[in-house]
Write a protein that binds this ligand. Sequence first.
Ligand code: B12
Ligand code: SF4
Length: 453
Amino acid sequence: MTTFTLVSYNQCDYPYEVYPLGMAVVASALKNAGYTVYQYDCLRQGSDEQSIAEFVRSSQTDFLGFSIRNLDDDIDSSLKLDNQLKIRQLRNMIKACRTVKPLTVILGGPAFSLMPEVFLKLSQADYGIVGEGETALLELVDNVLAGRSSEPIRFARCSQNNNHVSARGEYPAELVSYYYQKSGVMNVQTKRGCPFHCSYCTYPVLEGNRFRFRDPLDVVEDIDRLKTDFGCENFFFTDSVFNDPAGKYREFLDCLIRRDLDIKWSAYFTPYGLSTDDISLCQKAGVTSIELGTDGTSDSTLAGLNKIFSWSDVVKANERITKAGIPCAHFVIFGGPGETYQTVAEGIANCRNMPGCIVFGSTGIRIYPGTEIRKMAVRENMMDPDVNLLEPIFYFSTGLDQSRVDRMIKQGWQKQHRLIYPPSRSRAIINGLKQICGMKGILWDKMLTMGWE
Ligand code: B12
Ligand code: SF4
């Protein structure tokens, strides 16, 4: 019997501990194909080489698969992250496991998929799969077992050529309990992909550039199982955009309402086309907060980011959501393409004038491979085309002085507690709510319900 150990390499606990869903989905595919599968979680079981090597020894593993979710554990241009160190730790883990027995080591997950060559080279793993793991991993394992040669990196982006994805997860009880107890949130995916082309975004690169939906009944089934077996009642839907403009998400919500599971949930929404009826439906299905991927703060910067909506769409969506009594947060970035001192001032005022919501502000856009903003940064001589981007480089509109923009935002948003800048302030607030007040969940919604103005 061939044994496969999957390792969730993620060790980040901010804004909360996120259940390793990628590992769950890949584990399920392997199990259905008849492999014996173990799941090892670095956050729960330790990230030291000895612990993982010991696990490999006791489980008699033949294949070791690392699920690498994050490269950057924070996207804040004022932080200096050592991503080399992160990959060195991975390489040391792999090395330690190989001293136990000869193993085939395969990498996957979103962070790996963004920079596969760098990860594979520096970690000295044998293979890597870019994109969706379920099918490509089974094919790769078959090849290895049959002694057939395989390319070190397989590209499985958007591998399914129909409109559906399966994405059922294999959830070990101890792992769900650990994450749910820590974070108070469980995650479920209802679809993959995004057809939009926001210039900085990696999501279409990772999941493909069209929506592919799971069968709503399967999703509801997953939720039911997680609630019945483990008591999970709060969920985050991990979709790039929950409210797809064609409105397919409504089928899922109808299904959820019919099943009467009485759960609470949150997701990323686009302000584009979000009607009062849509919001009512979400509310009926248990939405408790909405995160809007607003990103720009004025018409010029929204256009610079290639967003399909205008500032008035943002204001409209905000009004509808907050009027319905649903906590609403916007994530905005200053300094993107098209930003000038004038648009910064306009954006600061626009956010001040948008009532009832939380706004998380940041400056500079982390550049990732495969994105339009990378091309812009090269064109604008902000970076060399050969740079591998492992260490973060941030796009900042030419001609702007970052510290002046920083001062403008701090000044413009002062005394407005719901307008949160810089990102270190968000971290301090969220960590304070967790550590001092013992709160759980996505937490920013609690700020609003606590009367944060
Ligand atoms: C939803 C989401 C969040 C939510 C999570 C909510 C929740 N409760 O789940 C929130 C808002 C909390 C969040 C936070 C953060 N996130 Co986030 N998030 C996502 C998002 C949109 C989806 C992730 C997901 O669950 N996908 C569903 C699962 C099933 O897919 P998957 O993990 O990719 O797995 C598939 C494949 O990767 C592959 N695979 C996975 N494992 C393995 C293993 C092997 C061996 C193989 C072969 C294949 C394989 O197969 C799987 C099935 O097809 C992604 C972007 C995206 N579209 O992928 C960003 C993303 C993962 N996040 C990212 C980041 C950076 C963060 C933060 C650090 C942001 C911050 N604080 O500044 C935090 C970290 C949180 C933490 N504790 O780790 C980055 C990570 C890469 C990077 N840039 O470093 C991403 C890719 C977005 C980006 N900027 O590019 N995030
Ligand atoms: S920012 Fe949102 S809408 Fe734009 S491409 Fe990314 S996931 Fe799609």
